[in-house]
Design a protein around this ligand. Structure first.
Ligand code: GCO
Length: 446
């Protein structure tokens, strides 16, 4: 029997602009930091680029039909900022605005509610050239962009997400350099965290001032339990440190209006904080998006190491995804119950804004894609979600990552996360067995 969820539970599917649109040089779009990062060579597996990706910019009607075929209530997508403001500021590009307006109208015509992510890591390169998220002014530019999009689409888009995964964008893009813009600041990237969170707060204010009162505004943050590799005191403190840097540093300002006291004890340079910033960051939210894939396993590094922790292998008995991530559905239950316990009434209603898995999918002789491992992953995580909800956690929706196989950032096109297979040579879409499974699950909810 399929799992039962509340009648008004919001079923959805998610993508992001840079990962599916292609058309990077079309209709006035300006370069983003990912265009520049891919061109640097050696950054993306096999030299893959997002020049074409899933050609969604031209095929969006076909893709909306696939979304409609799922019977989902909502579709989470993001706006390519440099398609709207090629230099990240100033007069908007009409053709860019027109694309997203057409996309929203197509969704609405199919009875699908748009959920719009303003920023999914693709900063206009011109803003990066001016300092990017190390520059406090970028927060203002983001708020202006938010205002512009609210004025264009606010009459038709009811769900708004400011940022996607401020932690990943900070660490991968600015601390480690494995994502755009490719900076290697190490632990010295608190200003990036702060300006991302400040831009979120300023964008929420801009959205509230330009959206209908009933609009729902939130953020989508990656969340994962931090599990010590062993029960040693060193590994347990490494896990506590990861939890501090990943979850608490990025979300306590949003939900509690303050940074954890422990940050100062780490000796981080917190000088980017100005009076009033935390009040701006802690804008009331209508929902809190959670992107969950798996817990993080962490261990201490030898004394004197530059970074006091490092990623540890998950216990060998866990099955892995094609990304090498352990499959641990109960981590989702553990995470949600912990959030509810720690934030209490400060925690807005939750939406699982991303959950999914990469599987080495291929078309069989009959032209079908049988992906039992993805079905099993989704089924187990929905059970884990249902368990958390039965434990009192207020969850309003669930979005599968992703609608389509797509450009998986530095991994390129090898990992396939889609409910729909994409043949990148022909751009042929083929719904996988998991597409039909998800459709039937939603239909069974009545
Ligand atoms: C993320 C991003 C997505 C990824 C997906 C699979 O969570 O990292 O939001 O863009 O493609 O999560 O890694």
């Amino acid at each position: 029997m399929p799992l039962r969820f509340p009648k008004d539970f919001l079923w959805g599917v998610a993508t992001s602009a840079y990962q599916i649109e292609g058309a990077l040089h079309e209709h006035g779009r300006g370069p983003s930091i990912w265009d520049n990062f891919c061109r640097q060579g050696g950054r993306i597996a096999r030299g893959d680029t997002a020049e074409t990706a899933c050609d969604h910019y031209h095929r969006y009607r076909e893709d909306v039909a696939l979304i409609a075929g799922l019977g989902v209530g909502a579709y989470r997508f993001s706006i390519g900022w440099s398609r709207i403001q090629p230099d990240g500021t100033g007069v908007p590009n009409r053709q860019g605005l027109a694309f997203y307006s057409r996309l929203v109208d197509e969704l609405l015509a199919r009875g699908i509610t748009p959920m719009l992510t303003l920023y999914h890591w693709d900063l206009p390169q011109a803003l990066q050239d001016a300092g990017g998220w190390l520059n406090r002014d970028t927060a203002e530019r983001f708020a202006e962009f938010a205002q512009l999009m609210a004025r264009l689409l606010g009459d038709r888009v009811p769900h708004w997400i400011t940022h996607n995964e401020t932690f990943e964008h900070t660490v991968l893009g600015h601390a480690l350099g494995t994502h755009a813009p490719g900076l290697t600041l190490g632990l010295d990237c608190f200003a990036v965290v702060h300006h991302l969170l400040l831009s979120h707060g300023q964008a929420v204010q801009a959205l509230r001032a330009n959206l209908p009162a009933q609009a729902q505004v939130g953020i989508a943050q990656s969340m994962a339990p931090a599990r010590p590799a062993t029960d040693s005191a060193e590994d347990r403190s490494a896990a506590a440190l990861l939890h501090l840097l990943h979850e608490r540093q990025h979300n306590e300002p949003l939900l509690l209006g303050r940074y954890p006291d422990e940050l100062a004890a780490l000796g981080l340079d917190l000088s980017a904080i100005r009076p009033g910033d935390l009040a701006t960051i802690a804008q009331p939210l209508d929902f809190f998006g959670i992107n969950y894939y798996n817990p993080n396993h962490v261990q201490a590094t030898p004394p004197g190491s530059p970074v006091p922790l490092r990623e540890a292998e998950a216990p060998a008995h866990y099955e892995r995804t094609e990304m090498g991530w352990p499959i641990i559905p109960q981590g989702l239950t553990e995470l949600l119950l912990d959030l509810r316990q720690r934030y209490g009434e400060k925690l807005p209603p939750l939406v699982i804004t991303e959950n999914g898995t990469a599987v080495p999918d291929a078309l069989d002789a009959g032209g079908c894609v049988d992906d039992p491992r993805r079905i099993d992953y989704l089924d187990q995580h929905l059970l884990a979600l249902r368990t958390a909800m039965d434990g009192g956690v207020d969850v309003r929706g669930y979005f599968v990552w992703s609608l389509l196989d797509n450009f998986e950032w530095a991994e390129g096109y090898r990992p396939r996360f889609g409910l729909v297979h994409v043949d990148y040579a022909t751009q042929r879409r083929t719904p996988k067995r998991s597409y039909h499974w998800y459709r039937d699950l939603i239909a069974a909810q009545g």
